[in-house]
Write a protein that binds this ligand. Structure first.
Ligand code: CA
Ligand code: CA
Ligand code: CA
Ligand code: CA
Length: 354
């Protein structure tokens, strides 16, 4: 009897633990300069020819943006304002050349901000002198969108950005540069209401889809081919999956081979990350936590995340997953970097167990 009880207890314990895989950070950035809740969201830049000249752009939501090199050292800091979330797109056609666009949601003046990243110096320069204003209650979540299929007159340069306010209102902005008149045009293409407070936003450039994290509810998928805001379905609700715990925070997409890949969500309430298929019905694959190693402590309370399948420096030929750490010992908050190879191994293991 005692033996059975032991086995039962052991099984329960194992079941609880087996909900989460464990990975470790291989690298961490220097802390941001602001105290308390400051670092929020990372974006990864991959240098087109030299992986070692890649970078991380992180928000310090009390003052601006921080650019880190592949070793996590600060290269540049900018007092652009209270930028909450940041996103990046490379190879954007803009006025006859290709640029890297870094954009964000600036709570200082409720605007969207856009910079061009110099790939040699990693410096950020404002792309527009005019303010790109938002009408949402308070700009909060943000992502860029640069669809693979150009759906408008390709002689004009353009890209899109989504912003969500704390009120759950999403705006889709179109930023364009007319080839004929060389005139900038900012327009809000459409807007819709998700529901309660949202933050995490990510757009899939290939499938023309927007994912939205409704913090206490779950993850939604919006079809952008029919940009009405009505064409949505759930990816997963928090109430349906014991591995998810509010808030749902950052969302990111791993662009895998042959159009496959993963949608990853920060489940802030239990310090974990949930992985879903990028395609089909966005099937849930499993969750992981970033635990303490001998040299780098564990991650707690993550806001923003980002991921890349491309080599990030010589150390990470399979790419990296980057997460904000809400509690970085006695230091201000920072970002921690995990070798994608470790996460991929976990996903492959999980698949072979099924
Ligand atoms: Ca936070
Ligand atoms: Ca939040
Ligand atoms: Ca920590
Ligand atoms: Ca956040």
């Amino acid at each position: 009897m005692r033996c059975c009880l032991f086995i039962l207890l052991f099984s329960i314990l194992f079941a609880c633990n087996s909900n989460f895989y464990t990975v470790y950070a291989s690298l961490e950035t220097e802390p941001v300069k602001s105290q308390d809740d400051a670092a929020d969201d990372p974006a990864i830049f991959i240098h087109p020819t030299y992986p070692n000249k890649s970078a991380i752009i992180g928000t310090d939501k009390q003052k601006g943006l921080v650019v880190y090199d592949v070793n996590g050292k600060i290269v540049h800091e900018y007092d652009f304002g209270r930028i909450n979330n940041v996103d990046i797109r490379q190879n954007v056609e803009w006025g006859g050349k290709e640029i890297t666009v870094v954009g964000g949601s600036n709570r200082t003046d409720n605007s969207l901000v856009f910079y061009s990243l110099n790939e040699a110096t990693l410096e950020l320069t404002p792309l527009f002198t005019q303010k790109v204003a938002s009408n949402v209650d308070e700009v909060y979540g943000f992502c860029l969108y640069y669809p693979d299929e150009l759906i408008f007159d390709a002689s004009d340069s353009y890209f899109y950005a989504f912003v969500v306010g704390k009120d759950g209102q999403v705006e889709m902005h179109r930023l364009s540069l007319s080839a004929k008149s060389n005139r900038l045009i900012f327009e809000i293409v459409y807007h819709f209401d998700v529901g309660e407070q949202c933050e995490g936003l990510v757009a899939d450039d290939k499938y023309e889809v927007l994912y939205v994290g409704e913090e206490e509810v779950g993850i939604w998928r919006y079809d952008l081919k029919e940009a009405t805001g009505k064409n949505r379905r759930k990816v997963q609700l928090i109430s349906e999956n014991k591995a998810l715990k509010a808030d749902i925070e950052g969302l990111t997409i791993y662009y895998g081979k042959a159009g496959k890949g993963y949608l990853i969500a920060s489940s802030q309430g239990n310090h974990s990350y949930a992985i879903f298929e990028r395609t089909g019905e966005n099937k849930y694959l499993g969750s992981f936590k970033i635990e303490a190693s001998d040299t780098i402590e564990n991650i707690f309370d993550t806001d923003g995340i980002d991921v890349t399948h491309l080599p990030f420096g010589e150390e990470f030929p399979e790419g990296v997953f980057i997460a904000q750490d809400g509690k970085n010992g006695k230091e201000p908050q920072n970002f921690k970097v995990v070798d994608w190879g470790a996460i991929q191994k976990m996903i492959d293991e999980e698949k072979s167990n099924k």
